[in-house]
Design a protein around this ligand. Structure first.
Ligand SMILES: [Zn+2]
Ligand SMILES: [Zn+2]
Length: 244
């Protein structure tokens, strides 16, 4: 794990003097001033429960007030929009794994600003076939990079036990059905009585991270907090993003 972290840092060092969106030369930070303006940080009005951007601060927004919500809290660093989706696509599909370093900085800022606490970090697992196809699990990379910044251990305690259909074209009910029985906790002793921080890339309908939150709670977790890079705002519903 340490060696891998050093590896992504090295990649980051080589890439960091170019804007990560437009490629223009920069002298500090991750983006040029023009692109920085396009980054939509999710730090204004949000739903207190699911963390989505809302028009005014809300305890429960329309998208989470009538659903089963086993996580204690969900927070996301960015609003899912054109800019963040480009970054996330580059991270997942275009070989820019070093973006995990930038995302983990955003995620750990949210962790500290919200005074969150946890005993350990875990991540949304992939099936063996999915991981083989992509070559890596993006949530695992995010978890490793975030753990370094927060100073918590990463525990690999979840298993995806079967293949599921791609979620992008499915609505929330179809996604939940698709995921039923697909995940399990491998070591309940590690989870029992613990505060768990679950990391994922995007919170779209929430089907994946909430299904896993429910499984962690059933395994005895005291608290489950979900942190993601981006979430789809409740102002503009969009279930077409590429949540796994
Ligand atoms: Zn730029
Ligand atoms: Zn909500």
């Amino acid at each position: 794990m340490k060696r891998f972290a050093a590896f992504i840092k090295k990649l980051l060092f080589n890439e960091r003097w170019k804007c990560n969106l437009c490629g223009k030369e920069i002298f500090s930070g991750y983006f040029c001033p023009e692109c920085e303006k396009k980054i939509n940080y999710n730090d204004k009005n949000i739903c207190n429960r699911c963390g989505r951007k809302t028009a005014v601060p809300e305890e429960y927004c329309d998208s989470c007030k009538n659903i089963d919500f086993p996580a204690d809290k969900v927070r996301s660093a960015l609003c899912y929009d054109k800019t963040s989706s480009i970054l996330i696509q580059n991270f997942k599909y275009n070989g820019k794994k070093y973006l995990a370093e930038i995302f983990s900085e955003f995620i750990s800022n949210v962790y500290f600003k919200n005074f969150l606490s946890a005993d350990f970090i875990t991540f949304v697992p992939m099936s063996v076939k999915e991981k083989k196809n992509r070559g890596f699990n993006q949530s695992e990379l995010l978890a490793i990079a975030t753990a370094e910044r927060i100073g918590l251990p990463v525990k690999d305690i979840l298993l995806k036990t079967r293949e599921t259909d791609r979620q992008a074209k499915l609505n929330r009910e179809e996604r939940l059905k698709n995921l039923r029985g697909a995940f399990k906790v491998t070591d309940k002793k590690e989870v029992s009585g613990k505060k768990v921080l679950l990391i994922d890339d995007v919170f779209t309908t929430g089907a994946t991270s909430l299904t896993i939150s429910g499984i962690l709670k059933k395994a005895g977790a005291d608290k489950v907090t979900v942190l993601t890079v981006a979430s789809v705002p409740n102002i503009r519903e969009n279930t077409q993003s590429d949540e796994q």
